[in-house]
Design a binder for this molecule. Structure first.
Ligand code: C2E
Ligand code: CA
Ligand code: CA
Length: 316
């Protein structure tokens, strides 16, 4: 009829025999996959299992190895010192997980945490990190140093009904005082399922543990979440810290963030401090605590333990 039409195609793919070993089942699988393709914006294809594309197979493989790594206890918790600006003493450490692969050296969390989150493995893994961090911190406190440990919490962990019980058990088993533990959450973690998150955080605060807003400033609504969430500490993201000496906007943002947090009676930590100039700037603007490669990267527990014994200081 002399009209021009644009046609796109959405394709669902089912593979024999994994997605069905008779015609009916295969067609049903392909149909379901087609709807998935439409849901993802149309004009594309989708495998039924969601596991057949190349990248997915690699991820599956890594996923399997992650599973085995948990069983083989290949994960280690490293500790990065957090330094009080005024005194240069350590107030504690952030626990950062490392994968010490038997075959392939050290793997940083950027490579496996997202996958562990997708697959749910972050729950058992995070629990191990939490228990180990509490155990270590309790040991250091018994030596007579009042150090705190902060542990990153992912959304999967926070939204489990047993999160408060898990934290309580980790504290009880280790003997660590609740106020010596802080849980680091990001805005994106907090934002999902806000009701559940708020209730869990309130319960955790009642337990006596601290809540730190991590990567502060990178989300798109930091201020409203800061008001709403029961946090006691903010950690200014390293992307701002890095620029304080060179980018006037970063300097302004960091200054304002410190002032704002203090007005709200929150403790402020700056992360990613790499140079003496950055540390100076943060000291002058009364940031409470610093963390970064200027002092030390995350180190194995044994090494950190030696610093605890020798009461190592990092003068700013
Ligand atoms: P994050 O919580 O923002 O952790 C800080 C990251 O910055 C760490 O990377 C740390 O090594 C790095 N860093 C510290 N100081 C400096 C510095 O001066 N300069 C620079 N450029 N980087 C610095 P890492 O250990 O690779 O961890 C990456 C992310 O993985 C963490 O970001 C955190 O989101 C996640 N992660 C690590 N351990 C855990 C864990 O046990 N559980 C969960 N859920 N997430 C974790
Ligand atoms: Ca963190
Ligand atoms: Ca951070």
């Amino acid at each position: 009829a002399e009209r021009e039409l644009y046609v796109t195609v959405s394709i669902g793919i089912a593979v024999f025999p994994e997605d069905g070993d008779d015609v009916d089942t295969l067609v049903k699988s392909a149909d379901a996959a087609m709807y998935a393709a439409k849901q993802q914006g149309r004009d594309g294809y989708q495998f039924h299992s969601g596991l057949r594309s190349h990248g997915d197979i690699e991820r599956l493989d890594l996923g399997n190895r992650l599973h085995r790594a948990i069983d083989a206890k290949e994960f280690r918790v490293y500790f990065q010192p957090v330094v009080r600006v005024e005194t240069g003493t350590m107030t504690g450490a952030e626990a950062l997980v490392r994968w010490e692969r038997a075959d392939n050296g050290l793997v940083l969390p950027g490579e496996f945490i997202p996958l562990a989150e997708d697959s749910g493995l972050i729950v058992p893994l995070g629990m191990e990190v939490l228990r180990e961090s509490c155990r270590q911190a309790a040991e250091w406190n018994r030596i007579g140093r009042p150090l705190s440990v902060s542990v990153n919490l992912s959304v999967r962990q926070l939204q489990r009904r047993d999160v408060v019980g898990t934290v309580r058990t980790a504290l009880e088993d280790s003997g660590l005082e609740a106020r010596r533990l802080s849980l680091e959450i990001t805005e994106s973690v907090a934002m999902q399922n806000l009701d559940v998150t708020l209730a869990a955080l309130a319960d955790l605060r009642r337990l006596g543990v601290g809540i730190t807003m991590d990567d502060f400033g990178t989300g798109y609504s930091s201020l409203s979440y800061l008001k709403m969430l029961p946090v006691d500490t903010v950690k200014i993201d390293r992307s701002f810290v890095q620029g304080v000496g060179t980018d006037p906007n970063d300097a302004t943002i960091v200054r304002a963030a410190i002032a704002l947090a203090h007005e709200l009676r929150l403790r402020v930590i700056a992360e990613g401090v790499e140079s003496a100039e950055q540390a100076d700037f943060l000291r002058v603007h009364q940031c409470d605590e610093l963390q970064g490669f200027l002092f030390s990267p995350a180190v194995p527990a044994a090494e950190f333990g030696e610093w605890v014994v020798s009461n190592r200081r990092f003068p700013v």
